[in-house]
Unconditional design. Structure first.
Length: 146
């Protein structure tokens, strides 16, 4: 739930969202029809997993393919990237966290995004991450590259 996605480039602002990976697509959902209390519960579960040292890359219960389709139709700001449009995917380890870097074809050009799992937030004046998780993105990279 606490995924920070940011388009690569000068002065690009990141956004919080939900990373959804199926067997055919990579989606970053920033606007969802999920109710706030359901999202809050999954966020708290993710926080408990952080503290217990468990994997945070787990499926969200009761989030089905139809929910993904509805969320993708909700806003054009949500990213929907078929695997065959992905040019490059890699992880980059930094001292402060691990990035998942993704480059893909969109229309006639290419776009790059980077994703990080957030540990903590500052909420004023704008919601921004203050710390990131060290995470092994290899299972996702292997899934997309096969």
């Amino acid at each position: 739930m606490w995924i920070w996605g940011q388009e690569e480039g000068f002065m690009k602002r990141g956004r919080e969202g939900m990373l959804v990976i199926t067997n055919m697509r990579f989606a970053f959902i920033m606007k969802t029809k999920m109710k706030y209390n359901v999202h809050e519960e999954y966020s708290l579960r993710q926080l408990r997993r952080f503290k217990d040292g468990e994997s945070v890359l787990l499926p969200v219960e009761r989030y089905e393919e139809i929910d993904l389709q509805n969320d993708l139709a909700e806003s054009d700001k949500n990213l929907d990237i078929p695997f065959d449009k992905i040019i490059n995917i890699e992880q980059e380890k930094k001292k402060w966290g691990t990035l998942l870097k993704l480059k893909f074809i969109e229309n006639e050009g290419t776009r790059g995004y980077k994703f990080m799992v957030v540990k903590g937030w500052v909420k004023y004046p704008l919601k921004d991450p203050v710390s990131f998780q060290q995470l092994n993105w290899d299972p996702i990279i292997a899934l997309i590259k096969k």
